[in-house]
Design a protein around this ligand. Structure first.
Ligand code: ZN
Length: 70
């Protein structure tokens, strides 16, 4: 598996993910507190003006922050 996860296309089944997918902009370890990813998603949304959300990816065992591509 590639060590670089940022930039990968989020493919996990997630109701918040846009149908065409989104770009993973940050990854947090799955054993860490989920609020770190949630805060990052909020921060990215505020900074970029683009919608972001976070979800837990069971394949990666990580919380990922996903940027929506309109
Ligand atoms: Zn998602």
């Amino acid at each position: 598996m590639s060590a670089t996860l940022a930039g990968a296309v989020a493919t996990a089944a997630c109701r918040l993910c846009p149908p065409q997918g989104g770009e993973v902009v940050a990854v947090y370890p799955g054993d860490g507190p989920a609020h770190r990813a949630a805060h990052r998603a909020w921060e990215e949304s505020t900074t970029t003006g683009l919608p972001h959300h976070d979800h837990y990816d069971p394949v990666l065992d990580a919380f990922v922050v996903v940027r929506h591509q309109d």
